[in-house]
Design a binder for this molecule. Structure first.
Ligand SMILES: *Cc1c(COP(=O)(O)O)cnc(C)c1O
Length: 227
C-alpha cells in the first residue's frame, strides 16, 4: 500500500516538485516500505522521534524538520538534519547557525510564513518577514542557508480560500526572491501543500509538498511504538 502510494505520487508530481514523506507517528518499518521504492526525504515534527528514527534507519535518508522547533532542542538534530522548514524567529535562525557551526555544517532553512486563518499556526507575517530581512543581521550567519519559504493553508473545504492563500505566498516568495535573493540560485524552495491540498499548492507554484496521510494513512496519536 505505502509503496503503491509513493509510486503514484512520484508519477503525479512535476519534476520540479520534491516530495517530503511526512512520517511522524509512523514506524520505521513503514518508512522502510517507502524507502524501498526510492523515497529518501522524510519529514518529522518532533525532535525526539526524528532523532530515534535517524539512529536506526539508513543514513542516506534526508530528514526534514517540519514542526515547531524550540531553540534548546536544535542541538539534537543539528548533526544530521537536512532542512528545517519551520524557522519562525531570528533567535531560532541564529541558534541553528551557532550549533551548525559547532557541527561544521551549513543547514538549509526555510522561513515559515503564517498564511492561514487559524491563530494557532506558527510563522512570520509578511511584514515580520520583511522586517527580519531588512535588519540584515541574518547576512552574517554563515552556517545557515535560507533556501526559501514554507506555509500552511487554512484547513477548510473552501478551495478558493486555499488557492488565495497559496497564491499570496507564491507572490510573497517572488517578492522576497527579487528583493533579497535575486542572484542566489539556492533560494529556490517554496514548501507548501499537504495531503488535502497539494494539488492546489502545485498549481500555485509549490516546489516541495509535505504529504503524510495520503502515503501512510491516518495517524494514531495514542500509539507508543511509533519508532
Ligand atoms: C503533519 C504535517 C504535514 C502532513 O500532513 P498530512 O495532512 O498528513 O499530509 C505537513 N506539514 C506539516 C507542517 C505537518 O505538521
Amino acid at each position: 500500500m505505502i509503496a503503491e502510494r509513493i509510486k503514484e505520487l512520484h508519477r503525479y508530481l512535476p519534476s520540479n516538485v520534491q516530495l517530503v514523506a511526512v512520517s511522524k507517528f509512523h514506524s520505521s518499518r513503514e518508512i522502510l516500505e517507502a524507502y524501498e521504492v526510492g523515497q529518501r526525504v522524510f519529514g518529522e515534527n518532533h525532535v525526539q522521534e526524528m532523532t530515534a528514527k535517524y539512529e536506526i534507519l539508513p543514513k542516506d535518508i534526508e530528514w526534514h524538520m517540519i514542526g515547531h522547533l524550540q531553540t534548546n532542542k536544535v542541538k539534537y538534530i543539528a548533526p544530521f538534519v537536512s532542512m528545517i522548514h519551520s524557522v519562525d524567529s531570528f533567535k531560532l535562525l541564529a541558534e541553528i547557525d551557532k550549533i551548525a557551526k559547532k557541527n561544521h555544517r551549513v543547514i538549509d532553512c526555510l522561513l515559515q510564513i503564517h498564511i492561514a486563518e487559524e491563530e494557532t499556526k506558527f510563522g512570520f507575517s509578511f511584514d515580520e518577514c520583511r522586517d527580519l530581512l531588512m535588519q540584515e543581521d541574518w547576512k552574517s550567519l554563515c552556517n545557515v542557508k535560507i533556501r526559501g519559504l514554507m506555509g500552511m493553508a487554512t484547513l477548510t473545504d473552501n478551495q478558493k480560500e486555499i488557492i488565495d492563500e497559496f497564491s499570496s505566498l507564491k507572490s510573497f516568495f517572488n517578492e522576497i526572491k527579487n528583493d533579497w535573493f535575486k542572484e542566489v540560485h539556492s533560494f529556490d524552495t517554496l514548501s507548501m501543500g499537504m495531503s488535502n491540498d497539494y494539488k492546489l499548492a502545485i498549481q500555485s507554484g509549490s516546489t516541495m509538498v509535505r504529504i503524510g496521510t495520503t502515503i501512510f494513512g491516518e495517524r494514531d496519536y495514542s500509539r507508543k511504538d511509533n519508532i
